[in-house]
Write a protein that binds this ligand. Sequence first.
Ligand code: DLL
Length: 443
Amino acid sequence: MNTQPIVENRIWQPEAECLPRPQLRALQASRLREAVSRCASVPFYREHFARLGISPDQIRSVEDVRRLPLTTKADLRAHYPLGFLAVPRDAVARYQGTSGTTGKPTWVAYTRRDVDHWSDLCARFLVAGGLRPEHTVQIAFGFGLFTGGFGLHYGIERVGAAIIPLSSGNSERQLMSMQDMRPEILICTPSYALKLMDTILNGDVPRDSLALEHAHFGGEPWTEDMRERIERGLGIRCWNNYGLAEVQGPGVSGECAFRNGMHIQEDHFLFETIDPETLEPLPDGEKGELVVTALCREAFPVIRYRTRDIGIIYADGDCPCGRTTRRMSRILGRTDDMLIIRGVNVFPSQIETALMRVEAVAPHYMIEVSRPKALDEVTVHIEMQPGLFSDSMRELQSVRDAIGSAIFSVTGLHMHINLVSPNTLERFEGKARRVKDTRRLVD
Ligand code: DLL
């Protein structure tokens, strides 16, 4: 475990974040009981509770959560648009959403108090990751139904720092603002930071014309090796924060100054890990699907929501930062992003980890999966670092070999490697889409 904090170790709400664990568990149990009570006004839960014979007074400990039903994305869809709303419409202060494959969003709702909590929970991870009232912060997340823009905005506002709400896209304007307004902090997806980094590294916007010190990334998976690349490329600290619209949006967990996992805001969210196949609970320390119960949400109180995100809740105890909350790993993949290649399970993040270990490649890649004949084939398209792209067949072959063996050592699979010139693959402004799987079309 790191013993030195990366920035000064400050805590936004020590009374909540550093609560002794027995008190925290007791608080979670009483909030769970309240959440079950609130859910009684949602027909989906009322029916399940009746079937299972559950009433709020039977919830006495955190472990009782296992008696409650799981909630899935399909359940939310089946009750589109607002079947999970637990308050009258006139008590709703905000609707947000998450874009769906069906073209219709999943709508989520907040009361005034929910928005108030959301602001503090975002302030918590921002302060843990270096935000101070004297800072200026540029938000390059969309302000719209996506929870990223507003959630971060509220957190920064609560801390008292200055906000540049630039929203997503328009890289020229982002960079102009970064030069002229000199924000010390940037908020976006890691893949958007990569896009901005292109322009900075090629010298069009010199690094020393920027005041940037930190970036807070969330909204999509990224790897430790990618962090290393961006930190080195931009000379900044990059912080990871996690959340999902169905349980709030950003502010569910985030890193502290010791960066040894993301502290879960356990006074608001009860986390479990389950085996996604058998649905059996897993002990801390084991990799599985994260399941989240929102303990305080009034308008949209989901219980045991199956996130489809794969991660680990760490079993090791105290963090030197003083917070008593359990920490979670990065998201290692999503159950619905997992590729099954010739019977082997592979997450795109494993391929990213392998790629980022080869110095000659740039952090831009695309994974193409096809089944031209009977067998699955994977081609990884990857850009070379500008300046390292070579005309020499021998050099190219040695880079290709290095990538192939890095991928093999992480995944146990052989993949085709297609090296492409710098600046040829797609760049992303929001969440990246780096996998193209054409097998389903062929089937
Ligand atoms: O992406 C909320 C958010 C916005 C979090 C901005 C952090 C910063 P959704 O659009 O509902 O909400 O997407 C949620 O994004 O289930 C994960 O699969 C993924 N995700 C979010 N944060 C991370 C992260 C927002 N730090 C889905 N690492 C989640 C990996 C993440 N995946």
